[in-house]
Design a protein around this ligand. Sequence first.
Ligand SMILES: [Zn+2]
Length: 152
Amino acid sequence: MAVLTGVSHAAEPLALCFAPPHAVAPDVRSQWQQELRLILHHSGYELKLAACTPESIELRVLRSNPRQPQALGAARTSQSRIEPVVEIYLDPLAELIGTRLAGPLGRAMARVTAHELRHVVGQQAHHQGGDFPEGYSAGLLLAAKPAHFRIR
Ligand SMILES: [Zn+2]
């Protein structure tokens, strides 16, 4: 049985921005945004998409990472911290899920984005398995519930 506490917390704004060039078709971007908004809602955050400022987390959509061709995304790290820069790699992601259709591709992008945001927001360099694994299967990226990817 579900337990409801009756306490509602105000969502904390999470500012994200697209760094140019954002090589994402408008319909993919809209699916991406819709799914990310949902995941952030489950995480207690409200998505704020705006121009880049020093406070925002920068989102870079790239074809792939030449140094790690299988990687789906990455959070940029320096010696002491995880930088507020998230990269999403479109080609390996589309190859894994087997489609570039806006619905599934946008949703998968949002789920990889949420994973990378968890590294940044929690300053977590390491994975813990469970809902914070080192990699995802196509099935999980496509079929799991949005709450599975929540940031905590
Ligand atoms: Zn990771």
